[in-house]
Design a protein around this ligand. Structure first.
Ligand code: SF4
Length: 402
């Protein structure tokens, strides 16, 4: 039993349930449907590898490495939860849906990392681009803290040039963040509308002023989904953490509106030391069900940005507990109705970070390129790339965890 009863939480939950009545629900698959889909994907992987390597030995080699990678990422047998939405199968927010040509290219890029081949791959699997410095929130953990509300760095034209250049090199996923990207909502819509749809466009937002009409326009423009940051299931606690009196309402309304508009919805939570316990995690996951979330992203606090030089990182006991709950949520059939959790700390402690500075990077709101939002390497200005013939002319610091 993971969840302990707590009267005050139940009372809050009853209030929230009324707020969540309107939310669409994440469709649940029968176990036999999930099994069938997993079998289909295994067969697909086999033929994708065989068509790529034209060689049984290399095919089995890459599939074996891939299976080991899945075990270290998702624990136990390596099987992961699936979300079925808009007629596609989704494994996470950074992986294109299956079946699609983008999914195949994403997987071929991963295969190439394990066993090199000569087929076309993405130069980048994911880029997180902070398109504005402006933000109405003041979050405790903000990694853009030093840049908040400085004069804007990028014009819409520059954003279009830069994202196009990245897309031309092969890019599976681009996240638009900030600051708060909703502050530049109209330009964000234009950027997505005019961008290449081979890239999946997501927005990372506090949900500020995002209603159903705006969500529908984002969907129509070609956006794939939203990552909405909600850091507590209790409104007052979230508002305090975010330094904004209506932060919780903005987040909840955005998640529900995005679900109704047919966008993918991921809820992102920074699990602080104070909240690294079973009651918090399970009540949070219950809120995610109520919101109709397709995924939940657990982030661990890092001593960067507003948290710089602060004792915010979890101790061993807290990490162990988070990992135990994660494994249960991933694999215990009792928790089938809970949305899939993405927990990067879990696999990074087992296989390192193979992504930051290699297949992904972060552009902050003043244009500096970093390994990732949590590792500020400040390598160079992204606008310098506009004058350069190839992106490969500048080096991005690679994550040392690898
Ligand atoms: S974390 Fe995001 S929403 Fe919060 S203050 Fe920083 S930029 Fe704004």
């Amino acid at each position: 039993m993971l969840l302990e009863e707590n009267t005050s939480i139940d009372t809050e939950q009853a209030k929230l349930d009324r707020l969540f009545d309107d939310a669409p629900r994440r469709p649940l698959l029968y176990p036999w449907q999930e099994e069938l889909i997993r079998y289909w994907i295994k067969v697909h992987f086999f033929f994708l590898a065989l068509n790529t390597y034209k060689n049984f030995k290399k095919t089995f080699e890459v599939l074996k490495i891939f299976q080991e990678f899945k075990k270290k990422t998702f624990g136990r047998d390596g099987e992961r939860k699936i979300t079925l939405k808009n007629g596609k199968i989704w494994f996470g927010i950074h992986i294109p849906p299956f079946p699609s040509k983008n999914f195949n290219k994403y997987i071929l890029t991963e295969f190439h990392r394990y066993v090199p081949h000569s087929r076309s791959i993405n130069t980048f699997q994911q880029v997180n681009f902070a398109i504005t410095t402006k933000c109405p929130m003041r979050c405790e953990h903000c990694f853009e803290w030093d840049n908040l509300n400085m004069p804007e760095t990028f014009s819409l034209e520059q954003l279009q040039q830069l994202t196009k250049k990245l897309q031309n090199q092969g890019l599976a996923h681009i996240s638009l963040s900030g600051g708060e990207p909703m502050i530049r909502y109209e330009e964000m819509v234009k950027l997505i509308e005019n961008g290449n749809k081979d890239t999946h466009w997501w927005a990372i937002t506090s949900g500020f002023n995002l209603n159903e009409e705006k969500a529908k326009r984002l969907k129509k423009a070609g956006a794939t989904g939203l990552v909405v940051s909600i850091d507590h299931y209790l409104p007052a606690s979230h508002n305090k953490f975010r330094g904004h009196k209506d932060a919780f309402n903005h987040g909840v309304n955005a998640a529900i509106s995005a679900g109704k508009a047919g966008l993918m919805v991921a809820i992102s939570v920074c699990v602080t030391k104070e909240n690294a316990n079973r009651v918090f995690l399970m009540n949070f996951m219950q809120m995610a069900i109520n919101l109709g979330a397709d995924f939940v992203q657990w982030l661990e606090p890092k001593a960067e940005g507003h948290y710089r030089n602060k004792d915010v990182e979890m101790n061993e006991g807290q990490i162990q507990l988070m990992e135990e709950v994660y494994e249960e949520l991933c694999h215990n059939p009792k928790y089938r109705k809970y949305p899939p959790v993405m927990y990067y700390g879990y696999y990074q402690r087992r296989i390192g970070c193979f992504s930051a500075g290699r297949s992904s990077f972060y552009v902050d709101s003043v244009g500096m390129v970093h390994s990732c939002p949590f590792c500020h390497s400040a390598d160079f200005k992204i606008t310098d790339w506009l004058e350069m013939p190839a992106i490969s002319g500048k080096e991005i610091t690679k994550c040392e965890l690898y």
